[in-house]
Write a protein that binds this ligand. Structure first.
Ligand SMILES: *Cc1c(COP(=O)(O)O)cnc(C)c1O
Length: 424
């Protein structure tokens, strides 16, 4: 159940016709299912219930206020990676006491902002950052609660641009430095070590990396306790994979099977930072065919949606299912390879870059100028990475709840495009 289904030959989001939404709100258009968002969060809450986890939805996956509001109303907290994300969490009406703050380059201003808001803890990535947190906390008469981010040297087998837990990338620290820094925290009254943080990369479609990380966490927690630390949090980050193609995503319960026993063995509390798992399949991007074009032996279907809306294919060669909103051929469960009644097609946007595409060499039903296309699994790292490249206004975002539709972000106007530029 994805909450995006074809009924009588046309795509619905929950109980609303997507074509009707495109007619009313224009294209390109982001359409979210609230039921899907809530269902994914609930799946994690249930799978890990035994250890009463703090779920910190990762704001960077999708930072739209309407999404953050759905999350905190359903009991989620947040993982932020910048002051701006923390500001968004507050603006959505959420409480900040369970927020965790990750990222390799926190500035003093961002640290101060987080301390003012009494967040749960910082995920610390280096000694220099630890020193900065101590200095800022000291100047405010506060204690900086920290988890140190361990680079566990685990290969999560993701794309080179999204792996983070392997030796030689910029995230976290190795075990030797971890213990050195832990000892330093113990001597510093301005800091308190609360836990260990690991985020292995994304998307991860097997449980082995989490099992290995869990084993490592137990070892580190026990060693730290022997050193006199009152450590009680294990934060295993995010990275749970989803189904972009067919049914390759695992249910949360599979990850829980390897994570929960480790957390219990370490007698710790668990924090998780899922992003993609919650939002990835909660949203489709709807675009309209502007032109079709045959050139150089290829068929191009040119959309009004583009890489400025959804940059993932250009950035990491990522795969998105695409299929017409009112298709001449029903969408098969596997959209890769040859499909009867379909022709090999490139689905591209109008931006002046060869990397502006949504799908290449994909078998698709015949499409004409004016037809609507659905680009699936667009909820994670979609709107959050949207830009105004080619001076294209960012698109409307709609939240569907049953038969109800709410605009959670209005389409930008041409005036919005230049609103921040002064004195010309
Ligand atoms: C990006 C990120 C996440 C979320 O990753 P997903 O794959 O979207 O679940 C969680 N934690 C940290 C530290 C991150 O950088």
């Amino acid at each position: 159940m994805t909450n995006f289904d074809y009924r009588d030959g046309e795509l619905f989001c929950e109980d609303v016709s997507v074509a009707d939404l495109a007619e009313q709100y224009g294209t390109p258009l982001w359409v979210y299912s609230k039921a899907f968002l809530l269902g994914q969060l609930r799946q994690i809450q249930i799978a890990f219930a035994e250890v009463d986890p703090v779920i910190c939805y990762s704001v960077k996956a999708n930072s739209t206020l309407g999404v953050l509001k759905v999350m905190h109303e359903a009991g989620s907290s947040f993982d932020v990676v910048s002051g701006g994300e923390l500001y968004r969490v507050k603006a959505s009406g959420a409480d900040t006491s369970k927020v965790v703050f990750a990222g390799v380059g926190k500035t003093d201003d961002e640290i101060r902002f987080a301390l003012e808001n009494d967040i749960l803890m910082f995920d610390v990535e280096s000694e220099a950052e630890l020193d900065a947190i101590a200095a800022v906390a000291g100047s405010m008469g506060k204690i900086g609660r920290v988890a140190l981010r361990l680079n566990p040297d685990i290969d999560a087998k993701t794309h080179a641009k999204t792996t983070t837990g392997k030796k030689g990338n910029k995230f976290g620290m190795d075990i030797e430095r971890f213990r050195e820094l832990a000892a330093k925290v113990l001597r510093d009254k301005r800091l308190a070590l609360k836990g260990i943080h690991m985020h292995l990369g994304s998307p991860i479609l097997t449980t082995d990396p989490y099992e290995a990380a869990g084993a490592k966490a137990i070892e580190v927690v026990e060693a730290l306790r022997r050193d006199g630390h009152d450590i009680n949090w294990i934060n295993l980050g995010g990275g749970f994979g989803i189904s972009y193609r067919e049914n390759e995503g695992l249910p949360a319960s599979e990850y829980a099977k390897v994570i929960v026993p480790a957390v219990k063995a370490a007698k710790c509390r668990l924090a998780l930072e899922p992003g993609r798992f919650i939002v990835g399949n909660s949203c489709v991007l709807i675009s309209r065919v502007v032109y079709t074009k045959r050139e150089g032996g290829k068929l191009f279907v040119i959309q009004d949606g583009a890489m400025n809306d959804l940059i993932r294919p250009a950035m990491y060669d990522s795969f998105h299912r695409v299929w017409p909103v009112k298709p001449a051929v029903a969408m098969p469960s596997n959209v890769e390879g040859e499909i009867a009644g379909c022709e090999k097609t490139d689905v591209v946007g109008p931006v002046c870059e060869s990397s502006d595409y949504f799908a290449k060499d994909r078998y698709l039903p015949p499409m004409q100028r004016g037809d609507l296309m659905a680009i699936f699994s667009a909820g994670a790292y979609g709107t959050a990475m949207s830009s105004n490249y080619n001076s294209r206004p960012r698109a409307t975002e709609l939240l569907v709840d049953g038969t109800t539709v709410k605009v959670i972000r209005r389409r930008e106007t041409y005036a919005d495009l230049v609103a921040h530029e002064l004195d010309v």
